[in-house]
Ligand binder design. Sequence first.
Ligand SMILES: [Zn+2]
Length: 384
Amino acid sequence: MANEDKSARYQRLRRRAAVAATLVDLLLPIALAVSGLATAIGNVVSGPGAPGPLAVVCLVLLVCAVRTAIVVAIGVQTELASERRYRGHERSTASWIFERIFGAAGTAAAVVLAAIVVQRAGLLSPVWWWLWVSLLAAVVVLAAVQWLPRLLSPGAADVHPIAKRPDLDERLRLLAARVGTARVEVLEWRRRSGAADAVAMLVGLGSSNRVLVAQAVLDSHTDEEVEVIVAHELAHHRHRDVWWSGAAVVTTLTLGFYAAARLLEALPVWWGVGGAADLAGLLIVATVCRGVFVAMTPVVNALSRAQERRADRDALAWTNNAPALVRTLRRLSAAHMADDRPSLMTEAFFGRHPSVRDRIQAAEAWAARANVPAAHPTQSGAAR
Ligand SMILES: [Zn+2]
């Protein structure tokens, strides 16, 4: 019980940080646009008229710097504090802040590029810019999903064949062949400790697909447990779930750009916003896109939870091993301090997976239907 309360408090602090960051994303650009600061930056850097790329770069870097300062300050009080209080992390505040700033710099570079593209498109095609930018976004997302596996390959990243457990390697090969996904390689991903909590993941599209299993999982889970984890990922491959997730991102972006274009057209002339080519207009595009992402989150998360439930069902059908799935879910839930009983609102906005309680109940129901035990008395105790 005490552990459940701790998990709920830990997750609540993390959610608070995410909500604060989203509010900053929505309010900061609007404040800069309405205050006239964006227009002033444009006038100073590129003179009157359409702002040049340097003005766009200055504006985006200002927004990113202020956002990072606010979000990091909030994060120290919420995320870092909760990591220390509930998970016993011993990292120094300075190294945590450095990692956040490093991540924010990468994001800022991508946002600069995106802003220049949107602004140029707004200049060249004041009516249809949202369509051209959406098409380009689709190409970029597709290319990123195709390209990611090459960054996460043996040689390019700390990714290796599962050599130290040949029996397991053979078992996973047989599993992949049995379910018609023999081309999908299963590899070990040696992640540094403290890295995000992914256990295993499917990367790539079509023939570039591979399943990466975190080293920590291979070090601590039995062959049966790893098999059911990998079966779950292979189910994502069978159903092209990576593709659907990419399509959801592109659809949301397109809706965001379209809504921003309509809003910019509807703004009264005396606001002085000249469309997406204008710096103030660019900030409005950013806010509307972020707002549409937030509004679409419950839909995208519901789609994701449906994919996860289906992957669990397939993993059970392919391994016939509900006890292994239940054990794995219990262990991972404890290790990651998952909130077992999220509220409806929390599940809608944060639940990319169904709650662990729901997944265990589903596995037990599957076992009852298939008439096999859901928990093995001799193994469940040892595995916790
Ligand atoms: Zn999954």
